[in-house]
Design a protein around this ligand. Structure first.
Ligand code: NOJ
Length: 569
C-alpha cells in the first residue's frame, strides 16, 4: 500500500457548503459551521473533502457561476474563515479539494463586464462573441440547461456563447491571457494549501471554431433531458460543443503546474472520459466513472459490465474513481430504491462503492440514508435552472402549466441539496435561524435520519458506513487490490475478489442485491474464508465456501488464505 498515493487510498466526502452547517444563524451553511462539524468526517472515517464552489457568486447556478475566483462568498464567511477551515481539516488529517470552474464565469464577473462593455475592449476576446445570422443566433448549438447556447447582447450587437445558463458565459480558452489568469487562480489556492481541485465541466472548455450547425435531430428541442440520455447521446447532441481538440494539452499544462507543488495535489475531472488520464500520469489523476451510476437499477450485470469496460479502458497507471451520487442527481437512496427496500439497497450500494477498485466519492448525507425532498411549488425552488426550464417548456415548447410544473419539480436539483440533518432540534441542527433555512429541511429528520439519532444505534446506516469505512481502512486488499469477478452470470448477487499483490491479501466480496436468499458455491482450493464483515447475523468467524447462503441484501466481506492462488469458480 505504500506505493499508492494518498488520493488512491482516500475516500472523498462531498460537502455542499450552503447545506452542510450554518454557523451564524442566517439559514445558509458557512465555513464556521463546516469547521464546527469537521469531527463528523473524522468519526465517519473519510479522508478527504470535496467542497462544492465557495466563491462569491450571484448564485444563478448554485455557485457554479463564479464572480470572483480568489475570494469566499460573503454568506459563507471570509478568506480567513476558509483558511481556518483548511488548517483545522489538515490538523485532523483530512485533505480538502475545492471546485474549480474553468469553462465559464458568472456574467457578473469583472472579466465579463469588461468584455461586454465594448467590441474593442482588450478583454473582449476573453469570451466567445459572434455576429448573428439572418435567422438569429450564429448556429443551432444548445445550452446544456436548455434553449439556445447564444445570447444576444444589445449593447454591442453580438451574441455570446454559453454552454450552460446565459448568466454563465463561456471563457475563450484560445486566448492566452485567459489561461494565464486562470493559472493564477490555481496558484492562489495551491499557495493557500488546498490539496487539489475537482474540475467542473471540463469537456465544454473548447468549442469547434467553425461553428457548424449540429445535425442531430434533438437539437431543436428546447430542453435536453441530460438525465435520460447516455453519454454517447449527449456527445452527439453536443458534437461541436464538447471534447474539442486542445483539451488534453490544456489538462497536461494544468497538471504540470499542479505538479510543481509538493504534497501530491490532485486533479479530479468532472467527466467520464478516460482520455482525461492522458498517458496515465500526465493529465488528471481521477476521472469519475459516471457510467456506473447512469442506470435506473444497479444490477449485478450492469456493475460487471461497467467494471469490465472501465477497468480495461483505463490507460495503464491510471486509477479508477467511483461515485453513486452528487449535487446534480437524485439521491442514491431514492434513485436506486425499489420503494420497498430502499434502506437495505442503499447499504448494498454503499458497500459496493466502498469495495470496488478505485477512489470512492461519497455525497454528504448518504451516510445517513438522506432522501430526496419533493417540492410542490416553484416558489420553494432555489435552483434557477428549474425556473429557466419551466419558462422554456411553457413559452417555447407549448407544454401546459401543470405538466411543465410537474416536469421541473420532479427534476429540480434542489431535491438532493437540502440541509444536512444533524439532530432533531429545529432545522435538524443545521441552523439556529429563527426563520426559514435557504432550502427546507427534509421532514424525515424527525424520523431518525440524523447523525445524532444514528450514531449510537449499531443498526443504523451511519454505524454501517462507519464500520465499512473502518474495515476498508485496515484492509489493504479493499484499497489496493485488483478486481476479479466471480460467477459472471449471477443475476441477483455480485461476487468479486480483491487481491493486493503487495500485502498478499485476498478478499472476497459478496453482495446480495435481492430480497431473496441466495445459495452459492465457491469452488476453490480453500475450504473456508475468514469473515471480516457480514450484515447478516452470522456467528461463525469462518465461512465455508462450498455452500454459502446469503440472506436478503446481505453484504459479506471475507478474507481468503493468500498462500494458494484462487482456483476456478
Ligand atoms: C457541473 C456541475 O456539477 C453542475 O452543478 C453545474 O450546474 C454545471 N457543471 C455547470 O457549471
Amino acid at each position: 500500500m505504500k506505493t499508492l498515493k494518498w488520493w488512491q487510498q482516500a475516500v472523498f466526502y462531498q460537502i455542499y457548503p450552503r447545506s452542510f452547517a450554518d454557523g451564524n444563524g442566517d439559514g445558509i451553511g458557512d465555513f464556521p459551521g463546516m469547521l464546527a462539524r469537521l469531527d463528523h468526517m473524522v468519526e465517519l472515517g473519510v479522508d478527504a473533502i470535496w467542497l462544492s464552489p465557495h466563491y462569491p457568486s450571484p448564485f444563478r447556478d448554485c455557485g457554479y457561476d463564479i464572480a470572483d475566483y480568489t475570494d469566499v462568498a460573503p454568506e459563507y464567511g471570509s478568506l480567513d474563515g476558509f483558511c481556518r477551515f483548511l488548517t483545522a481539516a489538515h490538523a485532523r488529517g483530512l485533505r480538502v479539494i475545492i471546485d474549480l470552474v474553468l469553462n465559464h464565469t458568472s456574467d457578473q464577473h469583472p472579466w465579463f463586464q469588461a468584455s461586454r462593455s465594448s467590441r474593442t475592449h482588450p478583454q473582449r476576446d476573453w469570451y466567445v462573441w459572434r455576429d448573428g445570422t439572418p435567422d438569429g443566433p450564429p448556429n443551432n448549438w444548445v445550452s446544456i440547461f436548455g434553449g439556445s447556447a447564444w445570447t444576444y447582447d444589445e449593447a454591442t450587437g453580438q451574441y455570446y456563447y454559453h454552454a450552460f445558463l446565459k448568466e454563465q458565459p463561456d471563457l475563450n480558452w484560445c486566448h492566452p491571457d485567459v489561461k494565464e489568469a486562470m493559472w493564477q487562480v490555481v496558484r492562489f489556492w495551491l499557495d493557500l494549501g488546498v490539496d487539489g481541485f475537482r474540475l467542473d465541466a471540463i469537456g465544454t472548455i473548447f468549442e469547434h471554431p467553425d461553428l457548424s450547425n449540429h445535425q442531430f435531430p434533438l437539437t431543436h428541442k428546447p430542453i435536453i433531458d441530460i438525465g435520460s440520455l447516455s453519454g454517447e447521446e449527449i456527445r452527439q447532441i453536443l458534437q461541436f460543443q464538447i471534447h474539442q481538440p486542445g483539451l488534453h494539452e490544456l489538462m497536461q499544462e494544468l497538471r504540470t503546474l499542479v505538479d510543481t507543488y509538493p504534497g501530491e495535489r490532485v486533479l479530479v475531472g468532472e467527466d467520464e472520459n478516460v482520455m482525461f488520464h492522458g498517458d496515465g500520469d500526465n493529465e488528471l489523476h481521477l476521472v469519475f466513472n459516471f457510467p456506473l451510476m447512469q442506470t435506473h437499477a444497479l444490477t449485478p450485470a450492469h456493475i460487471r459490465d461497467n467494471q469490465a469496460l472501465r477497468l480495461t479502458d483505463l490507460p495503464s497507471g491510471a486509477w479508477p474513481c467511483n461515485t453513486l451520487g452528487n449535487h446534480d442527481v437524485s439521491r442514491m437512496w431514492h434513485r436506486y430504491g425499489d420503494g420497498l427496500h430502499n434502506d437495505a439497497l442503499a447499504r448494498v450500494h454503499l458497500a459496493l462503492l466502498l469495495t470496488l477498485r478505485g477512489t470512492p466519492f461519497l455525497y454528504y448525507g448518504e451516510e445517513l440514508g438522506m432522501t430526496d425532498l419533493h417540492f410542490s411549488a416553484l416558489s420553494d425552488v432555489r435552483d434557477t435552472i428549474a425556473l429557466h426550464q419551466f419558462r422554456l417548456l411553457t413559452e417555447q415548447a407549448g407544454v401546459g402549466y401543470a405538466d411543465a410544473l410537474q416536469h421541473v419539480l420532479a427534476r429540480t436539483r434542489d431535491r438532493c441539496r437540502t440541509p444536512m440533518q444533524w439532530d432533531r432540534s429545529r432545522h435538524a441542527g443545521f441552523s439556529q435561524a429563527s426563520s426559514a433555512t435557504w432550502l427546507p429541511v427534509h421532514p424525515n429528520y424527525l424520523q431518525g435520519i440524523t447523525v445524532e439519532d444514528q450514531k449510537s444505534d449499531p443498526q443504523s446506516m451511519l454505524s454501517f458506513c462507519r464500520q465499512i469505512l473502518a474495515l476498508r481502512r485496515r484492509t489493504p486488499a479493499l484499497i489496493a487490490g485488483d478486481y476479479r469477478v466471480l460467477h459472471p452470470h449471477s443475476e441477483h448477487y455480485l461476487a468479486f475478489l480483491r487481491h493486493d499483490p503487495l500485502s498478499g491479501q485476498l478478499c472476497l466480496i459478496l453482495l446480495n442485491f435481492s430480497a431473496h436468499v441466495q445459495e452459492l458455491t465457491l469452488t476453490c482450493n480453500r475450504p473456508e474464508a475468514r469473515l471480516l464483515f457480514s450484515s447478516g447475523s452470522r456467528s461463525e468467524p469462518q465461512l465455508p465456501l462450498a455452500s454459502v447462503t446469503l440472506v436478503p441484501y446481505e453484504i459479506l466481506i471475507a478474507e481468503l488464505d493468500p498462500c494458494a492462488p484462487y482456483g476456478s469458480d
